[in-house]
Write a protein that binds this ligand. Structure first.
Ligand code: NAD
Length: 240
């Protein structure tokens, strides 16, 4: 199946909502989680990415996220992020729902973004909800400037609920989408992996741009197994 067919769908099945995962950011140098070079081949998520691990040993968890923050300071959006911002500006993308916590869609200029797994851009106090910008966080164990409790990275950890407002907005967008375009996600992490079901149930179509297969490939109108940057760039040219 082809990018040409994807371009037809993008024009015919408006509005288009894009769902992105870690695969759109690998070309910026940020490893994904589950592929052979992914983060979970190096770290055990049970030790660094669960809320229980954080409560038991915040210093160890902050060591992991501190390293990720250091990496993020130097990364830039790639063609994939930039093309989605361009398509939004041209009225062909309504919103980007992202599982990523790296802030690169915002940096690329996308305006309508739903960050369903939170963001590394800030840390949050579990006691009083205070948010502190990441560049003001002091390691090894940052504390709330108001109440002194330990701050948690502003991302959703395993064992935590997703932010209700963001999740509801993502579901609404998926239901209203004429086309849900999934980019760079293995679609293994629920409840976000269920968004294609919402789109299909309400008569929309699903398209997938991802290296490797996903469990939704069989129900997608188009599947492009290729790099996100080159595929989106070509897509934008075809609809110019
Ligand atoms: P995932 O690792 O499960 O899947 C990423 C998919 O993208 C894989 O199928 C991989 O083969 C594919 N891929 C890798 N590079 C690609 C490229 N250049 N072009 C096209 N496809 C490519 O990631 P997911 O589905 O996003 O899983 C969700 C979890 O990953 C979320 O919890 C999210 O917060 C987290 N995560 C985020 C970041 C980030 O913010 N950049 C990085 C790692 C993980």
């Amino acid at each position: 199946m082809s990018v040409e067919r994807l371009a037809e769908l993008l024009v015919e099945r408006q509005p288009c909502v894009v769902l992105t995962g870690a695969g759109i950011s690998t070309e910026s140098g940020i490893p994904d989680f589950r592929s052979p070079t992914g983060i979970w081949r190096q770290f055990d998520p049970a030790e660094v990415a669960t809320i229980d691990a954080f409560l038991a040993n915040p210093e160890k968890v902050w060591e992991f996220y501190g390293a990720r923050l250091g990496l993020l300071a130097d990364v830039e959006p790639n063609d994939g992020h930039r093309t989605l911002a361009d398509l939004e500006a041209r009225g062909l993308v309504l919103a980007v729902v992202t599982q990523n916590v790296d802030g690169l869609h915002r940096k690329a200029g996308t305006r309508e973004i739903v960050e369903v797994h939170g963001s590394l851009a800030n840390a949050v106090c579990l006691e009083d909800g205070t948010r502190v910008p990441a560049d003001e966080v002091e390691l090894p164990v940052p504390r709330c400037p108001r109440c002194g409790s330990v701050l948690k990275p502003g991302v959703v950890m395993f064992g935590e609920y997703l932010p209700e407002e963001a999740l509801e907005k993502a579901r609404r967008l998926a239901r209203d989408a004429g086309l849900l375009l999934v980019v760079g996600s293995s679609l293994e992490v629920y409840p976000i992996a269920a968004l294609p079901e919402e789109t299909l149930a309400f008569g929309g179509a699903v398209a997938i741009v991802n290296r490797g297969s996903t469990s939704w490939d069989g129900q997608a109108e188009v599947v492009v197994d290729a790099g996100a940057g080159e595929t989106l760039r070509r897509l934008a040219e075809l609809v110019a």
